[in-house]
Design a binder for this molecule. Structure first.
Ligand code: APR
Length: 309
């Protein structure tokens, strides 16, 4: 059986760390692509030279040429510019739309059956750009945001309650921006909703810290944005797809009537398997949750409308 092949576009912080995780798990051969000459080649070689020590046989190569990416099973898109302190994800829109459109066109042309995972911000809008540029069906265009936002929420819940992160599950829905919707009623410790374990003001504080989680890291780093948790979250989606695990994970997904939304990428729980999106996992929302979700959907719609023609 041929080994799986994953192309990671953008050999920066998120891209290189994602490539490292995939290779070190022995999940697939990895092709790292970047516009900067030497950068993907250097990081690719460095990662390949770690293989004998780590003990895996995945091939890692770096390139500036999309011909080397042909026949990929998954294409991860991280190319673009990251946020600087004081910038919102939305400030990146024009520059990153141009970059994402170009790289997706080039990569999709030589890997017409691949599943695209978009990571570049502003996430929900870049998913639209990627879907248009590739012409792929919605099953094969997904955005990584919900896994990351939920991981942040899980971290804060676990710390607050002094329990293992492993026993904490959390859902964050909506757009990947300030209006994201941490769903506390569906966020649990060993199956018990956190709304039963914490006073309302603490729940609210954790929700707010989650929605602000990316900016918190940007403010600390000053010269870039988060990458360890984004790479780990992207890896979880790659693993779910390549190993056909049917994981239920929150992903930015092109909705066609589900959750009352049509024709827009929004973060919702989905079943991920070998074909990419296998099913949208619809859940009931209270009127309050619905209102927050609708507000987030409106924010995504406004941003998509602001895309340069
Ligand atoms: N083609 C290929 N690569 C490109 C292109 C292009 N047209 N334009 C930029 N790049 C590359 C840059 O050369 C750089 O190596 O994308 C890489 C981005 O890496 P970083 O600047 O380190 O950014 P990173 O922290 O990895 O974030 C990337 O993910 O989480 C999001 O908001 C974040 O949109 C940002 C993206």
């Amino acid at each position: 059986m041929a080994r799986n092949k994953v192309t990671v576009i953008g050999a920066g912080n998120v891209g290189a760390t994602t490539a490292q995780r995939i290779a070190e798990a022995g999940l697939a051969d990895v092709v790292l692509v970047d516009i900067v000459d030497g950068l993907p080649q250097g990081k690719g070689l460095d990662l390949a030279e770690a293989a004998p020590v780590v003990g895996h046989d995945a091939a890692v190569v770096g390139t500036n040429d999309y011909a080397d990416t042909a026949g990929s099973d998954i294409i991860v898109v991280t190319s673009g510019i990251p946020r600087k302190p004081g910038m919102s994800r939305d400030d990146l829109i024009a520059t990153n739309a141009g970059i994402v459109g170009n790289v997706v066109k080039a990569a999709a042309a030589v890997s017409p059956d691949a599943v695209l995972i978009v990571v570049t911000n502003p996430l929900d809008v870049m998913c639209h750009v990627a879907k248009d540029a590739s012409g792929f069906p919605r099953e094969r265009v997904l955005g990584m945001a919900g896994v990351l936002d939920s991981a942040r929420f899980r971290t804060f819940i676990a710390r607050e309650l002094g329990v293992s992160v492993e026993d904490v599950h959390a859902f964050v829905l909506g757009g990947h921006g300030d209006t994201m919707v941490p769903l506390s009623r569906y966020s649990t410790v060993a199956g018990v909703p956190i709304t039963e374990l914490l006073p309302a003001d603490r729940v609210k504080a954790l929700e707010e810290r989650t929605a602000n989680g990316g900016a918190e890291i940007v403010a600390l780093l000053k010269t870039g944005s988060a990458f360890y948790a984004p790479a780990a979250s992207t890896f979880e989606m790659v693993d779910a797809i390549l190993r056909d695990r049917k994981r239920v994970l929150p992903c930015a997904t092109f909705l066609q009537g589900e959750f009352g939304v049509d024709g827009l990428f929004v973060g919702v729980p989905v079943v991920l398997g070998r074909k990419g999106l296998e099913r949208v996992f619809e859940i009931e929302l209270t009127s309050e949750e619905r209102a927050a979700f609708d507000k987030s959907v409106d924010a995504v719609r406004e941003l998509v409308a602001a895309l340069p023609a």
